[in-house]
Design a protein around this ligand. Structure first.
Ligand code: NHW
Ligand code: EN5
Length: 431
């Protein structure tokens, strides 16, 4: 068992929690010592670099994943990352083209396998660990169980090591040596009728369809005053809020401003980020009060309206940051549809996945209720979240139900004391 992973610099199940200290597993190496030649593939295949900016090449990666990527345990749904999403996911600041690794068939040139890495500043127990995040490992179904995956993993390791990076973070649905944390997926129905039709969920005993639809109905509009889409000029404020919030978690990521702009500025059908702008909240409150005042008999209006001279602009904003920004909270989600396999009527499930969220002074449950409202309004069928960070505090109240899938978190060439972590100690989200 684990012929490959047993030979890699990863924590092993045999490692005892008590004698583990944080740090690298392999003896430190230099770039000069890294193997210069690519690993050998079976003779009918060749390595390639996938140029994700080229519309044809991103389509090839899209098609490989569309037909061969991750499915649920019953093979009813398969992740269907869009080409636009792949371009976003694979090209953050500092991305390397040679970390978008493909395998093609000699002669036909067909793309049959893929693996990718992107740079990320990981923090483990407060210590910065320069790392890559590995994702989108995929081998064509017809080529499974031929030990191609270990070759892909060794080759991307070599290419990452050639740039002086020695650690990686990755997630998987399967258990390998050795998870740093195990999380569960939770699901919030937005379109219960469709979810039941495609058998993503089932009608609960003693529930009718009509009662189920009513149970999951969301308001037409959000409730948090000052909630609006993030804009480019919010980047510095969001960076400060996000890094400040994430610092409490034992395993997390640290974001530069450029990275925040990349990962959070809204892109339709890729990523959605909303901020709570306390200044806007105050304006909205004043507008509401003055419109309420107009409903009153003449003369009463002056008494009801707040004195507009007291616009000490940064009122509520003072609660969190030293800067002069009025941004106090952040909530975000990304779009990852799944193909519905073998269904007559429906072929796609529209899913939103909770991304990073900073509650600030806004109750997290309220912020997430607004995220659900926004996602429902945009036509998503389901909103998914993991039980990490503070999510356990809202999942049940907001009518999320636990899924049948788990997500394991891993580190390559880094040991962490006192692992596995509890999900609430984990502050890292991979796509
Ligand atoms: S997790 C999603 C992975 N992709 C899929 O599940 C798609 C559908 N499945 C496939 O395409 C997110 C194939 O089944 C794959 C395995 C390609 C998964 N991670 O070639 P063989 C990510 O992308 C081990 C790691 O015969 P196969 C994260 C397995 O335990 N290892 O299998 C990726 C066995 O090793 P063992 C996995 O089914 C992180 C060996 O592969 C794995 O034809 C990668 C068998 O290979 C998985 N998800 O292909 C690690 N699934 O020891 C990055 C199976 O048990 C490490 N295996 O004998 C860091 C690198 C960078 C370091 C930089 C310093
Ligand atoms: C790399 N970034 O298993 C990630 N999904 O629960 C790679 N289940 O959607 C690793 N089986 O529970 C990803 N419905 C690992 C996850 C792979 C995909 C996966 C699970 C996560 C999932 C659904 C459908 C199950 C279909 C049958 C599920 C129940 C939802 C229900 C809603 C109403 C309230 C109760 C729960």
């Amino acid at each position: 068992k684990y012929a490959f992973w047993g030979s890699q610099p990863v924590m092993q199940f045999s490692d005892e929690a008590k004698d583990v200290e944080d740090g690298p597993i392999d003896a430190p190496k230099t770039v000069e010592e890294v193997r210069k030649e690519p690993y050998t593939l079976p003779s009918s295949f060749v390595w390639c670099e996938c140029n994700i900016n080229d519309p044809h090449e991103v389509q090839e990666v899209y098609t490989l994943l569309h037909n061969n990527y991750v499915e649920d345990d019953d093979a009813m749904f398969r992740f269907n990352y869009s080409p636009e999403f792949l371009q976003w996911a694979l090209q953050p600041p500092g991305y390397q083209r040679d970390w978008h690794v493909g395998v093609r068939v000699k002669g036909s040139n067909k793309l049959v396998a893929f693996i990718s890495g992107i740079p990320a500043s990981i923090r483990a127990n407060g210590k910065p660990v320069p790392a890559v995040e590995i994702n989108f490992l995929c081998v064509l179904k017809k080529l499974r169980s031929k030990r191609l995956a270990p070759v892909l993993i060794k080759e991307i390791t070599r290419r990452v090591n050639l740039r002086g990076i020695w650690q990686a973070a990755y997630t998987a649905g399967v258990v390998l040596p050795r998870p740093v944390c195990g999380c569960r997926y939770w699901h919030r129905s937005l379109n219960p009728k469709k979810l039941i039709e495609v058998r993503f969920s089932s009608l609960q005993p003693r529930m009718t369809m009509a009662r189920t639809i009513k149970l999951y109905r969301l308001p037409a509009s959000t409730t948090t005053p000052g909630l609006r889409p993030m804009e480019a000029h919010d980047t510095a404020a969001v960076t400060e809020l996000l890094n400040g919030h994430l610092a409490q978690f034992k395993l997390t990521q640290h974001f530069s401003e450029d990275e925040v702009a990349h990962w959070f500025l809204p892109q339709p059908l890729v990523v959605d980020t909303y901020v709570v702008d306390s200044q806007l909240a105050q304006q909205q409150q004043q507008q509401q009060q003055s419109s309420e005042a107009q409903q009153l008999p003449a003369g009463a209006a002056d008494a009801a309206a707040p004195s507009s001279s007291s616009s000490s602009s940064n009122g509520a904003g003072s609660s969190s940051s030293s800067s002069s920004s009025s941004i106090v909270s952040v909530v975000s989600f990304y779009t990852l549809p799944s193909s519905v396999l073998g269904h007559e009527e429906h072929n796609e499930l529209r899913a939103a996945y909770m991304f990073y969220t900073v509650p600030g002074p806004t109750p997290l449950t309220q912020l997430m209720q607004d995220a659900l409202t926004l996602a429902a309004g945009k036509g998503y069928d389901v909103f998914n979240a993991l039980d990490l960070m503070d999510n356990a505090s809202f999942l049940k109240e907001l009518k999320f139900g636990i899924g049948d899938g788990a997500l394991q978190y891993y580190l390559y060439n880094w040991r962490m004391a006192n692992t596995p972590l509890q999900p609430k100690e984990l502050g890292l989200i991979l796509l």
